[in-house]
Design a protein around this ligand. Structure first.
Ligand code: SAH
Length: 422
């Protein structure tokens, strides 16, 4: 989730030193505002992406795929096509336990039927455009092209105790957060459930085949922290969650607790997710504990304020028993003040103890830009302030920063390269 574009040409604005008052209890600390410069990665200096909930009209739907349907739906689809419905079980096992969609691998199916079955339910949905490796081969980033030429990214990361895939749920994003590369693209379209699940199947297959350093691994975790706002694509995201969690042959049978859905804070949909009976982990991209700053940093805050959002997050914890992650990208002199750490701790503690943990995420240093990471001692003070207040706090390790590791960066970079070539 880091930005690596060189913004050295940008003049740094003179910092505004705010005097006394509720916004600046730390004497001498400056307050840089999100509006002091164009958004990160903006194509023109005047660019100001606007928050939009509108999903562009369907641009030719992705072909229907087994992973869009539950097992009953798959059987019905085969029956409708004049094919034996009971074969849906075998087809699903190949897909969800052997991670293959290749008819040639399905030797337990009659040879004459294999191609027909896979043509019906296993169309080719995503194609590799580029693969980048980092962290001694323990991180792999994929850029995918979908049936209509749209591109999305996913990142596979191997850790000591788990292997995690970060998936995209939309092509582009309409949430317009100024520090996020995807936020500058606007929304192209929602991904189908199967387009999300295909990213997972590829990762499961690659991990099992030993593509990552240290040999074969089981894909254990999935985080919806790639391109897009999962809550705007709610229906397909929930269908994809079922395919991830439901046991074989319905799905991959991953543990719900190993799956994280990250949102900017669409309060009614957080509340709805709590009723789906899938106790996935909720991550809230808070990034500021005060509405004054969050209104500018996370445009959706104009609709749902910090208080309402944290209420919904707390209720999510109560309904599911899952501790909520509060995501907090530390941006130099913008949101990294110790008083904000204290305010965040107060907001969390006023609702209860132990229900949330905070993940500060260092932004990548970008010389000359306002979108840069905090000084180490400032980050330490921020973290200590939270910990002293009893809040579990883990600084997020930033994988893949040398491969345009952040949300939307690789897609943007490859587009620039291709434009430069033509
Ligand atoms: N739309 C969802 C999920 C996608 S972004 C959401 O906002 O939660 C996943 C996480 O990466 C979010 O917490 C987002 O705020 C963060 N992120 C985006 N750009 C980043 C950057 N340049 N540095 C650090 N975190 C970033």
């Amino acid at each position: 989730m880091r930005i690596t574009h060189d913004r050295g040409h940008r003049p740094r604005p003179a910092p505004i030193v705010i005097g006394r008052g509720p916004a600046a209890p730390e004497p001498g600390r400056v307050q840089v505002r999100p509006t002091d410069q164009p958004p990160e990665g903006a194509t023109s200096p005047d660019a100001r992406p606007r928050l939009s909930f509108a999903v562009p009209a369907a641009r030719g739907k992705a072909p229907r795929h087994l992973a869009d349907l539950d097992l009953r739906g798959r059987k019905a689809a085969l029956k409708e096509a004049g094919l034996p419905a009971f074969r849906a079980d075998q087809l699903s096992r190949h897909y969800f336990t052997r991670f293959t969609r290749d008819a040639a691998d399905m030797t337990d199916l009659p040879a004459g039927l294999r191609d027909q079955l896979s043509a019906e339910l296993l169309p080719d949905l995503i194609h590799k455009v580029r693969v980048l490796r980092a962290d001694q081969g323990r991180t792999m980033k994929h850029l995918w092209e979908l049936h209509d030429g749209v591109r999305v990214e996913s990142v596979l990361m191997r850790y000591k105790d788990r292997t995690t895939l970060c998936v995209s749920s939309q092509a582009g994003c309409g949430m317009a957060c100024p520090f996020c590369a995807t936020g500058q693209m606007g929304l192209t379209r929602n991904l189908s459930a199967a387009e999300i699940v295909e990213q997972v199947r590829h990762a499961a297959q690659a991990s099992a085949a030993g593509t990552l350093t240290d040999g074969p691994a089981r894909l254990s975790n999935v985080v919806f922290m790639g391109m897009g706002e999962p809550m705007i694509n709610y229906k397909n995201v929930v269908a994809a969650l079922h395919r991830l969690i439901d046991p074989s042959p319905e799905g991959f049978g991953l543990s719900a607790r190993a799956i994280t859905v990250s949102t900017v804070g669409l309060v009614p949909l957080i509340r709805k997710l709590a009723t789906e009976g899938m106790p996935v982990t909720l991550a809230v991209s808070l990034h500021a504990p005060d509405d004054e700053l969050r209104d500018e940093l996370i445009p959706v805050n104009s609709k749902w304020k910090v208080g309402e959002l944290l209420d919904a997050a707390y209720d999510y914890f109560r309904a599911t028993g899952r501790r909520v992650s509060i995501e907090y990208a530390l941006i130099k002199d913008m949101n990294d003040h110790a008083w904000r750490a204290q305010r965040l701790a107060d907001e969390l503690c006023s609702r209860g103890r132990g229900w949330a943990h905070v993940n500060p995420i260092p932004l990548n240093p970008t010389p000359g830009s306002i979108w840069t990471c905090s000084e180490p001692d400032v980050q330490d003070l921020f973290v200590d302030t939270l910990r002293r207040a009893g809040i579990t706090t883990t600084v997020r390790d930033t994988r893949g920063s040398d491969i345009e590791g952040a949300c939307g960066q690789l897609a943007t970079e490859v587009l620039h390269q291709e434009r430069a070539r033509t």
